[in-house]
Design a protein around this ligand. Structure first.
Ligand code: HEC
Length: 138
C-alpha cells in the first residue's frame, strides 16, 4: 500500500513537470507569433490590408491578458528571469501596458493612416522591450 502511494506521488510529480514544460513551449510559441504579427504590418500597410493589422493588434492584446497565467510558479526556463516571480505585480502591470498598446494599434488600423499605425507599432514594441529588460534573460 505504501509502495502504491509512492508510485502515485512520483507519477503526479512527473505529470506536474510535464505540464510546466508544456506551458513554457506554449508561451514561447505565442511570443513568436507576436513577432510575426509585428513583422507583417509594413507589408499589410502597403497592401492596404488594415483588417489584418487590426486583427493582429487584437491577437497581441488577447495574449497579453492571458500572459501572466502562462507564467505559473515553478515554470522557470532559460529565458524567464526569477524576477518574474519575485515581482509578479510589476510583471502583470507590464503585461497590462502591452495589452493597452496593442488595443491602440487595433484602433490605429481603423484610421488607415500609415503614420498613425507605425507610431502605434513603435509604442507597442516599447512595451515588449520594457518587460524584456526587467524579466527576460538575453
Ligand atoms: C510582461 C512581460 C512581457 C511582455 C509584455 C512581452 N514579453 Fe516577450 N517574453 C517575456 C518573457 C519573460 C520571455 C521569456 C519566456 C521563456 O523563455 O520562458 C519572453 C520571450 C519572448 C521571445 C522569445 C521566445 C522564444 O522562442 O524563446 C520573443 C521573440 C518575444 N518574447 C517577443 C515579444 C514581443 C514581440 C512582445 C510584444 C508584442 C513581447 N514579447 C511582450 C516577457 C514579455
Amino acid at each position: 500500500m505504501k509502495h502504491l502511494f509512492l508510485t502515485t506521488s512520483i507519477l503526479a510529480t512527473c505529470l506536474a513537470s510535464a505540464t510546466q514544460a508544456g506551458v513554457v513551449e506554449e508561451r514561447k510559441a505565442k511570443f513568436k507569433e507576436n513577432v510575426a504579427i509585428l513583422r507583417a504590418i509594413q507589408t499589410q500597410i502597403g497592401e492596404g490590408d488594415f483588417e489584418a493589422i487590426a486583427a493582429g493588434g487584437r491577437n497581441i492584446a488577447d495574449w497579453a491578458i492571458k500572459m501572466p497565467d502562462y507564467f505559473p510558479e515553478g515554470s522557470e526556463s532559460a529565458g524567464a528571469l526569477d524576477a518574474i516571480w519575485l515581482n509578479f505585480d510589476d510583471f502583470q502591470s507590464k503585461a497590462a501596458a502591452n495589452n493597452e498598446a496593442a488595443l491602440q494599434l487595433e484602433q490605429a488600423a481603423g484610421t488607415k493612416d500609415a503614420g498613425r499605425i507605425m507610431a502605434a507599432v513603435q509604442k507597442l514594441s516599447g512595451t515588449c522591450k520594457s518587460c524584456h529588460r526587467s524579466f527576460k534573460s538575453n
